[in-house]
Design a protein. Structure first.
Length: 132
């Protein structure tokens, strides 16, 4: 699924100085989302659709700790790394657009210095964000 998004989520989390729990939540969201390069016709890339219980199970191994994710999700929204795509009501699942590629593109020069072996991938990310 989102192996490339997951890779860049962990890297951008360090640059943004996110708390460890917030980085784990962002990484899990990225893994559950569809990569831009692997999106098939009709699939929307960079959208994470998950239930809080599933995310709590992935992070804590316990579905009853879903309320512990609120602070991390709020921190990711404040940082601009995720954006809600629809209004979720009680009992429905919230969708989030992951803005990881936009964040990587905004920090292109810094990322090139730190990850020079990923120059081609960084170039593709930069071009995609300029065309959006």
């Amino acid at each position: 699924m989102g192996s490339q998004l997951g890779k860049w989520a962990m890297r951008i989390g360090g640059v943004y100085k996110l708390r460890p729990l917030t980085q784990v939540v962002l990484f899990n969201m990225a893994i559950l989302a569809i990569d831009v390069d692997s999106a098939k016709h009709g699939e929307e890339p960079c959208i994470c659709w998950f239930s809080r219980k599933k995310m709590a199970y992935n992070v804590y191994g316990d579905t009853s700790k879903s309320h512990n994710l609120d602070r991390a999700i709020r921190e990711l929204q404040t940082a601009g790394l995720i954006t809600p795509t629809n209004r979720a009501c009680k009992g429905t699942t919230q969708e989030y657009r992951l803005n990881i590629e936009t964040a990587v593109s905004a920090l292109y020069d810094k990322m090139m210095n730190v990850y020079p072996n990923d120059a081609q991938e960084l170039g593709r990310i930069q071009r995609r964000s300029l065309t959006q």
